[in-house]
Design a protein around this ligand. Structure first.
Ligand code: GLN
Length: 195
């Protein structure tokens, strides 16, 4: 079976949690801070944190073009700030990879509900129509527009798009690395295996 070597962009944010889960699931997981650390990887996760900080550090470390080239050929998953960083468009001026054909609205849930948790039915996950995925949102974006080949895979009950897949790219507005439900990580590993 194909060895899965998944990098986690480790400039800032919740990268350790992703690495722990990937290792529990039997994948090789490594921190990525420099362009050469992308070599030999099967896929990449861009974690939650602060997308402006992640973007500025990526510019400083010369990672913008190497990350774009990597994404053109490999599976990439962005969670929360990672979703924003992957997007072609957002509502603030900041460095974006511009990979996924989505408009990410930053800090979109307003003050009172800056952070909240909810159960989502995500049909693409194992048992996804019967067993809800408990999703943790922390100053999360939502996906205000989905274009081209990008398709919504999870919505809030009011229809707000909170997870999308576009070919080999996945983006979730919430934080699957902060719960014990590993189905999203397994889903991304399967995408990486199939690639
Ligand atoms: N609010 C952050 C941003 O705009 C994202 C928050 C998160 O990743 N938990 O980048």
């Amino acid at each position: 079976m194909k060895t899965l070597r998944i990098g986690v962009l480790s400039l800032q944010g919740a990268f350790r949690e992703h690495i722990q889960i990937l290792r529990r699931l039997g994948a090789e997981a490594s921190e990525v801070r420099l362009p050469q650390q992308l070599h030999g990887l099967t896929g990449l996760i861009i974690p939650g944190g602060e997308s402006t900080t992640i973007g500025k550090l990526a510019v400083t470390y010369g990672l913008m073009d190497p990350l774009r080239e990597f994404a053109a050929a490999h599976p990439v998953w962005g969670t929360c700030a990672g979703l924003i960083f992957l997007a072609k468009e957002t509502d603030s001026l900041q460095p974006l990879l511009g990979v996924m054909d989505i408009f990410a609205k930053r800090n979109a849930f307003g003050r009172q509900v800056d952070s909240f948790e909810t159960d989502l039915f995500v049909p693409v996950l194992e048992n996804g129509t019967a067993e809800p995925f408990h999703a943790v949102f922390i100053r999360s974006p939502y996906i205000a527009a989905v274009r081209g080949n990008a398709g919504v895979i999870a919505k809030l009950s009011d229809g707000t798009a909170v997870a999308v897949r576009e070919g080999k790219w996945l983006a979730t507005a919430f934080h699957p690395e902060l719960t014990s439900d590993l189905r999203f990580h397994r889903y991304f590993l399967q995408m990486s295996r199939d690639d």
